[in-house]
Design a protein. Sequence first.
Length: 715
Amino acid sequence: MMKGLRLNGVAGGDGIDNGSNSIFNRFLGTVLLFVMMMSSGVYGQINEDFSTGLRTSGYAGNGTNTGNLTLGSGAWIFVNSGLANNTTGNAGVATPSCQMQSGTNNSATLPTLNTVGTISFCFKGGTPTLSKTVGGVTTTITLTKTGNIYSATINDASSSIVLKINNSAATSYLDDVSTTSYSAAPCSGTPNAGTTTVSSTGAGAGSTYTVSSTGHSTAATGLTYQWQSNTNSAGWVNVGTASSTYADYSATAPGTVGTIVQWRLSATCSNSSITSTSTAVSFTVTNPYNMPAGTNSVTTCSMTVYDSGGPSGNYSNNANSILTINPATPGSLIQVSGTFDLENTFDYLYVYDGSSIAGTLLGTYTGSGSIPALQSSTGPITLRFTSDNTTIRSGFQINVSCTVPTYTLTYNGNGNTGGTVPTAGPYQEAATVTVLGNTGSLVKTNYNFSGWNTAAAGTGTDRAAASTFSMPASNTILYAKWTGNVSYDANGGTGTVTDATNYLAGQSVTTASGAGFTRAGYAFIGWNTLANGLGTSYTASQVSAFNFAGNTTLYAVWNPVGSHTAIFEANGGTGTMANQVESSAAALTTNAFTRTGYTFANWNTAANGSGTTYTNGQSYSFASNITLYAQWTPNNNTVTFDANTGTGTMSSQTIATAATVALNANTFTKAGYTFTGWATTAGGAVAYANSASYTMGTSNVTLYAKWTANNNTIT
């Protein structure tokens, strides 16, 4: 029940709830809808207790009567399209808690509902449903029931919401509808963003211009103004802060020449979606660019940079400007050139490689002249201009462009002994490179050409002729890949032993077993690099027998059946010794190898001397094949010390070949001089300090004292 309600043109419209019922005829499918509207700037609660009959026309809110059903400064307005005509009320309905019986064909709209809130109502006679329609989409709202009271939360801050309560029985009763916490649009008048203009439709990067609106709302209150921009059609974004007070906007042209920035103003009625947006205007970043004060940057691949005076004016005094120019094309490099006219030795233009003045200085310019083409190594270039506080001149003009970096592809013969390498032009990064063949007929003694490789050792990536690859962002070398083969010679026998491996220089070779060769009356005992057996010997299937050093032929070594062979290895010495073949015990062949700085000691079955020892000429049973390695004893050599104009004596020092010891400490003296070390010749430079570590060679040596004159004082 509510007092203070007035309904013109409605029975009982005395403003007092008298408790009578309003009775409406119900038709099948009847729907009752409500309009809730809050006056400008009002926040609050609506409570309605229906207590009087209503007309089908002429009641508050349908536009035909000036009266309104009011609640404080808010209003609940019914918009009717066919309420049943009943003006007398009915006190006989025994449902005092739900006093308004359902009617038919009602419709209503709730404009500008901005805040979430609640709705509750009394309903009896069937089960009600509550729905809302927003933007043409209708959804059902969940109701909570306590007795005859139904309630729900309305979660939609939108305009033009239609709330609809549907009755489901022949006779239903509705009353006591209550809403809370809704607010209406507090603005007055209609938002108008006006016409947007810019003070300049185009200017150089870094320049400032003003964005304005004329004809925008001025009389309305409760409006919010927001400037918006759209750069290169990337989408509209808010710029600056929204404000209840209109203000022009000062903008700065972005650093990329050719950039198009659109501007517009949005005027919005607060707490609603009622908005006016102005027609967009455009600003374009153009050439030329006048270098502003302070530190700035631009992004471009085509631009002319002038001093602060522009193409026709002089620069200003006390300038200190830094400008970084970034390439607009990814991966490209900035290139600059131009002319300058500056106060000589007082005003300077600097060009740096990189994105700051911490980069490498490419050039310094003062006075008058030309700037040659300068190119960044990584992308950007930075300019710095400084002037003093006196004379000013016409300044500078710098032409900016972009260049795509290129990289060289070099073919390397990699030790070739003949022929020429192919020539390849420069390539841009990611360009497709087709590998050339051996067009210059490269050769290398004892090796075969096997294409190209990214590593000199041939262990990188192979690049076959006519294959392709993507050029990296660096200079590239392709090395000739040289390989060879190990072939096997039966050396009087028959059969086949093959090795299809293409060996790289230095690659470890394991010898074949020799199982493919036979020779009547002979037994296979191994391999030798010479057919006569006087070269280097290898056993069959010897792992890591040698490191490959070019095309190699290994010859089978045969023993007559019933005989055995002694193979002699120099083991660091020089000379040759034939294999000794015997069928019974015999004296070993006398050593014929020599080694400078060493004396032959004996033979041993192991190269490091850890096997069985045999003396020179010792008898051997020849019951089996044997390989004997010469063992060497280092000779003692003498180091003689020469005073080299000094005085005194020093004993010589005896050191074995290849031994490393400390040299004897100097005992020579020279008046007025200081000993500084030892030289290998009398006039040579110091090679060894006093008592330095020294490794003995294979022969005697003389070391000469070196002297430095002392400084003396004349008084």
